[in-house]
Design a binder for this molecule. Structure first.
Ligand SMILES: *Cc1c(COP(=O)(O)O)cnc(C)c1O
Length: 393
């Protein structure tokens, strides 16, 4: 039945499990354990748990299971495992499948914590990691060699919104038998078609657009039943990265409105980018939905939109960028994204502060760069707020 449902219907109903009370809203099963009818029943469940049978919340819980089933349905994967944060999903997906001596190819432009996992953690355990420029297909081709176990990339990079061509990189990776793991946060689960385009495993920080209201940390790994239940789950459930039932309930409620929210945010982002492009106080307006974006065609093909994020490069540098930010009223200075509230971030001094200057330059993180996560406010109010910020420079 679920197979014929469209995304919006799935976002509201898919995976619902009702107790004997027939409750309308998804229940929070705030329990870590489950009671067995008999010692024999406990033994049987430990041998093989049935569909509606749970053992311990770190292994699985009815509320978390509802969230996993709903995420898998909209992502178009057979299964999913929910995690305590986006980083538990990223590190769990990679660590669960890799061992010493394995080779991984990754794009260089990564979220700071993802970079730490690849550069500091995996290498410490003997995994060899090759970093490439994510937009350079020849570099992927050269780095992926027979025996390469996995490739990893963010489908749209933070904070400069550079896209990686999922279909092309997946083809290159699959030729050498590598598993393609995509961090799809910036694309959002609404605009994502990563699996259709060749990805094997898709990970999200559900802290972002899935919650959508900046309340809880969460993550999810989506993939084949074989990968989720025999590779990711054993690792995640035994090392402790599972999602709490309360978080799963927050995420389920977020999902009901996610399609409407992401589309409204993307529409506002496009309107803002169009309004600000060409302003003489900006050296660049980066939005993959603008014709001027070098990957506009790829963005349209891969996501069908420019997304909910944009970046503004303020002429001058840090002082001008700070004056701009300090004059904003509606738009808050923070570092989350995908929130109902619009957020401005200065990557060079916050999220990417730790990077050496040369690396910042290489990644396009200039002193004037502001990352903007567009929220659910009226787009005209946001444009007025941004113009007031520009006037204050
Ligand atoms: C936020 C984010 C993460 C990490 O997610 P948390 O929920 O903060 O652990 C990973 N990748 C990307 C691209 C992100 O934006």
């Amino acid at each position: 039945m679920a197979k014929t449902w469209k995304t919006r219907t799935q976002l509201v109903h898919e995976g619902s499990r009702r107790s004997q009370y027939g409750e309308m809203a998804e229940a929070i099963f705030m329990t870590q354990g489950f009671v067995y009818e008999s010692a024999e029943a406990a033994e049987a469940r430990f041998i093989k748990a049935g569909e509606d049978e749970f053992i311990y919340a770190r292994y699985g819980n009815p509320t978390v299971r509802m969230f996993e089933d709903r995420m898998a349905a909209i992502e178009g994967t057979e299964d999913a495992f929910a995690t305590a944060s986006g980083m538990a999903a990223v590190s769990g997906a990679l660590t669960s499948m890799l061992k010493a001596g394995d080779h991984v190819v990754s794009s260089r432009a990564l979220f700071g914590s993802c970079l730490y996992v690849l550069e500091e953690v995996l290498t410490r355990y003997g995994v060899n990691v090759t970093f490439v420029d994510g937009a350079d297909l020849a570099a992927w081709e050269a780095a992926c060699v027979p025996g390469t176990k996995a490739v990893f990339f963010e489908s749209m990079s933070n904070p400069t919104l550079e896209l990686v061509d999922i279909e092309a990189v997946s083809k290159i990776a699959h030729k050498v038998g590598a598993t393609v793991v995509v961090d799809n946060v910036f694309a959002t689960p609404i605009f994502s078609r990563a699996v259709e385009q060749g990805a094997d495993v898709v990970v999200y920080s559900t802290t972002k657009h899935v919650d959508g209201q900046g309340r809880a940390l969460g993550g999810v790994v989506c993939g084949t039943r074989e990968f989720i239940r025999t590779v990711a789950e054993p690792y995640l459930k035994h090392t402790g990265g599972s999602m709490s039932p309360f978080t799963a309930w927050i995420m389920l409620n977020g999902m009901a409105t996610m399609d409407l929210r992401c589309r409204a945010m993307a529409e506002a982002a496009a309107k803002i980018a169009t309004a600000l492009e060409g302003d003489d106080r900006l050296s660049n307006v980066i939005y993959p939905g603008l014709y001027s974006h070098p990957q506009a065609e790829l963005a349209a093909r891969q996501m069908g939109t420019g997304g909910t994020m944009l970046a503004l490069d303020i002429k001058g540098g840090k002082a001008e960028a700070f004056r701009f930010m300090n004059a904003l009223d509606i738009i808050k200075i923070s570092n989350n994204l995908g929130d109902a509230k619009s957020i401005a971030t200065h990557p060079a001094t916050t999220t990417h502060q730790r990077l050496p200057d040369a690396q910042k330059t290489a990644l396009g993180i200039t002193p004037g760069l502001i990352r903007l996560s567009v929220g659910l406010e009226d787009a005209d109010d946001l444009i007025a707020d941004l113009r007031a910020g520009l006037d204050a420079i």
